[in-house]
Write a protein that binds this ligand. Structure first.
Ligand SMILES: *Cc1c(COP(=O)(O)O)cnc(C)c1O
Length: 434
């Protein structure tokens, strides 16, 4: 047996993959990725793929960028990890200062580190609850999120989610959350004075199917929160770090929340690190003498891991050194042009784009909006077929709106590579749906 088939057998014997029907997984040869360079990934058989979903929405500057690799290796040799409980370290300090510098004075001003997007959301939830107790408003204990939203998989974060296909088995341990479809639905909620916080994925909902919010949604939300006193949480785990065309999505509408969660792209997509950015108002409520027991009792063993922080700093360097944001508008326009070609394919329905994020609906009947049967996994078939043409991505289908192909390349993607990907998608969709 060769190396590949030995490894594949061992995977099938010992592993359990996320969001995966293992019965199916174990019947097929696994895609085994062994290296990455720029926007490309390479499998064990030497095939090259454009990373069309940025390795589940994490990668920013391409794989194994020399500047990040150097920062990681130097940090690993200098200080691998030391606890952030009762000690600090230079990389976490420098990173916090640089993150806060993206936001105007008197908006977000403090950084609380964690490990990933879900825990960054957990932090926002727990801080919210404790905050309201500390300011003598314990009756504010309701959380509001939006229809079809996704905020992570840990129990607190997934309580906020509105994706029945995934949530149902866990409903008994999820806390109660009110879901609203839009701002007018929110306005109609009774007793706004008991709402603790409202959470939204700004500009675009990811897992929901790359759904764009109408312009002005963030402003309307900010107004609502200012008027009612509810706290506002922006979950920028997907939208952060240039994905939508600006460093953070909220900068496009110049609206700032009380909490902002980041993770995925924070380290350029290299290491797990999360952070919750908060305002001074929230922070100050937790101040007091030790005996008052106002401190925030939360933290993970790897909070503010120095290697992760070093990678994040290196990623921010690259934004400057390579003028990453400045180069985005022409790439975004080029993607828009490319997506127009896909629109002409008969089973392609709506296509939505926000920055370098695109969602391509695949429909049995695109004119009458009739989706394929869920069990057919048509999106998965398309994505698998795209491997042949050198493109790697994943579909989404957690709602009854039908199958959708995600295209979200690393920001370093070139015009030529975008053309390559559009061509691959076009062929893969037509072959599967014709
Ligand atoms: C991915 C994602 C999360 C969860 O992040 P993990 O790092 O996977 O835990 C939370 N919110 C949004 C909007 C996401 O896209």
């Amino acid at each position: 047996m060769n190396h590949f088939s030995t490894l594949a057998k061992t995977d099938h014997r010992y592993l359990w993959h996320p969001f995966t029907q293992q019965q199916e997984w174990c019947q097929e040869e696994p895609l085994m990725i062994v290296s990455g360079q720029g926007p490309y990934l390479f499998d064990i058989n030497g095939h090259r793929y454009l990373d069309g979903n940025s390795s589940i929405w994490t990668n920013i500057h391409g794989h194994c960028h020399p500047h990040i690799v150097k920062a990681i290796s130097e940090q690993a040799a200098q200080l691998d990890h030391s606890s952030f409980l009762g000690a600090t370290h230079p990389k976490a300090i420098e990173l916090a200062e640089r993150l806060i510098a993206f936001f105007p004075h008197k908006t977000l001003s403090r950084v609380f580190y964690s490990d990933n997007g879900s825990t960054a959301v957990e932090v926002a939830l727990k801080m919210t609850l404790q905050y309201w107790q500390l300011v003598n408003s314990p009756h504010r204990n309701r959380f509001v999120s939006f229809s079809n939203c996704y905020h992570g998989d840990t129990t607190g974060a997934s309580s906020l989610n509105n994706i029945p296909l995934c949530s149902d088995p866990f409903n008994n341990i999820h806390f109660k959350v009110e879901n609203v479809a839009n701002i007018s639905h929110l306005e109609a909620l009774p007793n706004p004075e008991s709402i603790a916080a409202i959470i939204i994925e700004p500009l675009i909902q990811g897992v929901a199917g790359m759904r764009l919010w109408p312009k002005g949604t963030l402003q309307a939300l900010r107004n609502y929160c200012d008027r009612t006193g509810a706290l506002l949480i922006f979950d920028e785990v997907m939208t952060g770090f240039g994905r939508t065309g600006s460093m953070f999505a909220c900068l496009q509408e110049n609206i700032f929340p009380d909490f902002l969660t980041i993770a995925k792209g924070l380290t350029g997509g290299t290491l797990p690190l999360g952070a919750t950015l908060v305002t001074e108002k929230i922070y100050e409520a937790f101040l007091g003498s030790f005996g008052e027991n106002k401190r925030f009792c939360y933290g993970h063993s790897y909070t503010a891991n120095p290697i992760g922080c070093a990678a994040a700093l290196a990623s921010l360097d690259i934004f400057e050194q390579e003028s990453v944001l400045e180069k985005l508008p022409s790439k975004i326009r080029h993607l828009t042009e490319g997506l127009k070609k896909l629109e002409k394919i008969s089973h392609v329905g709506e296509i939505r784009q926000c920055g370098l994020i695109a969602g391509i609906d695949i429909m049995l009947d695109s004119k009458s909006h009739i989706p394929y049967l869920w069990e057919e996994q048509i999106g998965a078939q398309v994505c698998k077929n795209a491997w042949k043409y050198g493109l790697l991505t994943r579909p989404l289908r957690y709602t009854n709106r039908g199958d959708m192909i995600v295209f979200m390349p690393p920001l370093c993607v070139t015009h030529e590579q975008l053309d390559e990907a559009i061509d691959a998608l076009s062929r893969a969709i037509q072959e599967v749906t014709d």
